[in-house]
Write a protein that binds this ligand. Structure first.
Ligand SMILES: NC(=O)c1ccc[n+]([C@@H]2O[C@H](COP(=O)([O-])OP(=O)(O)OC[C@H]3O[C@@H](n4cnc5c(N)ncnc54)[C@H](O)[C@@H]3O)[C@@H](O)[C@H]2O)c1
Length: 546
C-alpha cells in the first residue's frame, strides 16, 4: 500500500491533507507535496553568490511512484570552471580568522539564531520534514527528527557560540614579552560532500561547521536529494548569510571529483561509501576527513531479563529497520547472548518487523541497492552451513517504487558464529547492505572471545552498542573494541546521531566527526601557534654566539 499522499498527488488535491502547504515563507521555492510530474520541482546550482542553470538537467523519478517529478542540474566537467575559480580565489588564511574579519564570527552566530527561530515555526518544520520524505522516503517522525536535530544544532551555535568555537589558549613564555598562543585556524577553500540518507542534517551540520571556522565551502550533495540542501541555502540567505559564502554544485560525483582535482581544496569532508572515500583520499593526497561506511554491531550481553525484553527488542527493530535501514548507524549485525535468544528476542524482532509497512513509510524505497542485489546477497548468505532466514527475504509487493530503487521486507539472516568467522564467509557476512537488512548470530559465555575476534576483524568502526548493565562485561567489550560512537547500558542503541554528542568513526586518522564543538574544531580547523615576543630587548652583553 502506498502512503496516503501518493494517491492525493495523483489527484493533485493536496491541500486538504497539508495544512501548511501554501503558507511557507518567501524563501521557499517549492511546496513539498505539490511536486509532481505535472508540477516538477527545479533545482539550481549556486556559485559566487548567483543561482545558475546548467546546460543539461537530469529528470528524477519520484521514489514512490516512478513518475518524473524533479529536474536537477547535471553539471558537466566542462561547466566546472566557475566552481574551480571560486574555490581558487579563497586564501589559505580563510574568509575570517582571529586576526581577520572577526565580526564574521558574530554574524554567523546571528544567522544560526535566526535559522533556529525559523525552524521552530511549525510550518517550516513541516516543510522540511515533508520535503525530506519526498526524496528520501522515511516515516514522518523520522523525517521530523532530522529537522529537530538540525534546529537544535543551530540553537547551539547562536550568539557568541561561533566565536567560542575558535577559542585558543595561551602559555607564558621564557622571558618578558613572550607568550605562546594556540589558535584554531581555517583551511580556506574546502569541500563538503554528503550522501542521500540525511539530506538536511548532514549538509547543514558540516556546512555550518566549515563556515564557522572561517572556510569557504563548496557543497555537493547527492543529486537525488539535492532539493533539500538547495532550500536550506535559500533559508540561510533569508536569515542573513551572504550569498557568496557557500557554493553549491549538483551533478555527477565524477564532476565533483574533477573539481577537487583541479581546485585542490585545502580540506574535504566526505560522507558516503567506502569506495568513494578511498578514491578521494588518494585524489586529494590525504587532505580529507572521512565519514564512510557503517557496518555497525550490537552485542546483547549475558544479563537478559524478561522485564527488559520488550524495550531491547523494540530498540533492535528501530536500529535495524527505521529509515529502511538507510542510516549509516543502522544495526548491521546482532550478537545475541543465548540468554536473550532463550527469552525469545528473535521472535519479538520478527513480530515488530512485520508491523512495518509502506503506507506510513516505516519501510520504504532503498535508494542505493536494488531489490535483486539485496535478495541475491540474502541468498548467498543462506548458503553458509547452518544459516537460516529469520524473517523477510522477500520483495515488497503492491507498490510503484521504480526498479532503479530497492524494495524488500525487513530481513534478518542468522549465521552460526563459528561459520561466520571463517575467512571465506567473514567478508560476505560483514558487507554493509544499505537497506532493511541485518545479520544475526548467537554466542554463549565461552564464545565471548569469538565475538571480540569478529569485532576486531571488521573494517568499519562507526557505531556500536553493548546492551548490558553488567559493568564487567561492558568493560571487557569496550576495552577490546574501537568504534567511534559506542553506546553501552541496557538502553544502548546503534542509531541516533543527535547534535549533543560526537558522531563519527574511530581507528582511522582520517576519521571525521559531526555536530559537536570538538567535531567542528577537528574537521574544520587546524592548529596554528603564534608566539608573541615583543620585548623588551635584552642587553647585548648577554648575547653569545652558540
Ligand atoms: N559515516 C557516516 O557518518 C555516514 C553517514 C551517512 C552515510 N554514510 C555511508 O554512505 C553510504 C551511502 O551513501 P551512497 O551510497 O549514496 O554513497 P556514495 O559514496 O555513492 O555517494 C556519496 C556522495 O559522494 C558523491 N560522489 C560519488 N562519487 C564521487 C566522486 N568520485 N568524487 C566526489 N564525490 C563523489 C555522490 O554524488 C554523493 O553526493 C553508506 O555506505 C553509508 O554507511 C556514512
Amino acid at each position: 500500500m502506498l502512503p496516503s499522499f501518493v494517491g492525493c498527488l495523483k489527484n493533485r488535491r493536496c491541500d486538504a491533507l497539508l495544512p501548511f502547504s501554501r503558507c511557507y515563507n518567501q524563501w521557499a521555492t517549492v511546496v513539498p507535496n505539490e511536486i509532481s510530474c505535472e508540477n516538477p520541482a527545479n533545482v539550481m546550482n549556486l556559485v559566487n553568490g548567483a543561482w545558475n542553470e546548467t546546460s543539461k538537467k537530469r529528470k528524477l523519478p519520484d521514489p514512490l511512484t516512478g513518475l518524473n517529478f524533479m529536474s536537477v542540474p547535471d553539471t558537466q566537467i566542462s561547466e566546472a570552471g566557475s566552481f574551480i575559480s571560486s574555490l581558487k580565489a579563497v586564501p589559505k588564511s580563510g574568509v575570517h580568522n582571529a586576526f581577520k574579519n572577526p565580526e564574521r564570527y558574530v554574524m554567523l552566530g546571528d544567522v544560526s539564531a535566526k535559522v533556529a527561530t525559523e525552524m521552530r515555526k511549525p510550518e517550516v518544520a513541516d516543510f522540511f520534514a515533508r520535503l525530506i520524505q519526498r526524496v528520501a522516503p522515511k516515516s514522518y517522525p523520522q523525517a521530523l527528527g532530522e529537522l529537530v536535530v538540525t534546529r537544535k544544532f543551530f540553537e547551539n551555535f547562536g550568539g557568541d557560540q561561533v566565536r567560542f568555537l575558535a577559542r585558543g589558549f595561551s602559555n607564558p613564555g621564557d622571558h618578558m614579552g613572550q607568550t605562546s598562543n594556540g589558535l584554531r585556524w581555517p583551511y580556506g577553500p574546502v569541500c563538503v560532500i554528503t550522501p542521500f540518507n540525511f539530506p538536511l542534517e548532514i549538509p547543514a551540520l558540516q556546512l555550518m561547521g566549515a563556515l564557522f571556522m572561517g572556510n569557504k565551502p563548496l557543497l555537493h550533495v547527492d543529486q537525488k536529494v539535492s532539493i533539500v540542501a538547495e532550500q536550506l541555502l535559500r533559508l540561510l540567505h533569508h536569515c542573513g548569510l551572504p550569498k557568496p559564502d557557500i557554493d553549491f554544485m549538483v551533478g555527477p560525483g565524477l564532476t565533483m571529483n574533477e573539481i577537487i582535482k583541479k581546485a585542490e581544496p585545502r580540506n574535504t569532508l566526505f560522507t558516503g561509501s567506502q569506495r568513494v572515500a578511498e578514491k578521494l583520499a588518494a585524489d586529494t593526497n590525504g587532505k580529507v576527513f572521512l565519514e564512510d561506511a557503517g557496518f555497525d554491531w550490537k552485542v546483547l550481553g549475558p544479563d537478559a531479563r524478561e522485564e527488559d525484553l520488550p524495550y531491547v527488542s523494540w530498540q533492535c527493530d528501530q536500529d535495524a529497520y527505521a529509515c529502511s535501514g538507510q542510516k549509516c548507524s543502522a544495526q548491521s549485525i546482532l550478537f545475541a547472548h543465548h540468554n536473550w535468544v532463550k527469552l525469545g528476542i528473535l521472535e519479538n524482532m520478527k513480530q515488530l518487523a512485520s508491523k512495518r509497512n509502506l503506507s506510513d513509510l516505516t519501510v520504504g524505497p532503498v535508494l542505493s541497492w536494488t531489490t535483486e542485489a539485496m535478495l541475491a546477497h540474502t541468498h548467498k548468505l543462506l548458503t553458509v552451513p547452518g544459516a537460516k532466514l529469520l524473517f523477510g527475504g522477500k520483495a515488497l509487493t503492491n507498490h510503484t517504487i521504480p526498479a532503479v530503487y530497492g524494495a524488500i521486507e525487513p530481513t534478518a539472516v542468522f549465521i552460526p558464529i563459528k561459520e561466520m568467522l571463517k575467512p571465506e564467509v567473514f567478508p560476505l557476512a560483514t558487507t554493509e547492505v544499505f537497506g532493511p537488512f541485518q545479520v544475526v548470530t548467537e554466542y554463549s559465555d565461552s564464545e565471548v572471545p569469538l565475538v571480540l575476534d569478529a569485532l576486531e576483524r571488521m573494517t568499519n568502526h562507526l557505531t556500536a552498542a553493548v546492551v548490558s548493565n553488567n559493568i564487567n562485561f561492558i568493560q571487557h567489550v569496550l576495552g577490546n573494541s574501537v568504534n567511534g560512537t559506542t553506546y553501552c547500558g541496557i538502553r544502548a542503541r546503534t542509531t541516533g546521531a543527535p547534535q549533543n554528542h560526537w558522531f563519527g568513526p574511530a581507528g582511522d586518522p582520517r576519521g571525521a566527526g559531526i555536530g559537536t564543538p570538538e567535531a567542528i574544531r577537528l574537521v574544520w580547523s587546524c592548529h596554528r601557534e603564534v608566539i608573541n615576543d615583543f620585548g623588551p630587548i635584552p642587553s647585548t652583553a648577554i648575547l653569545k654566539t652558540t
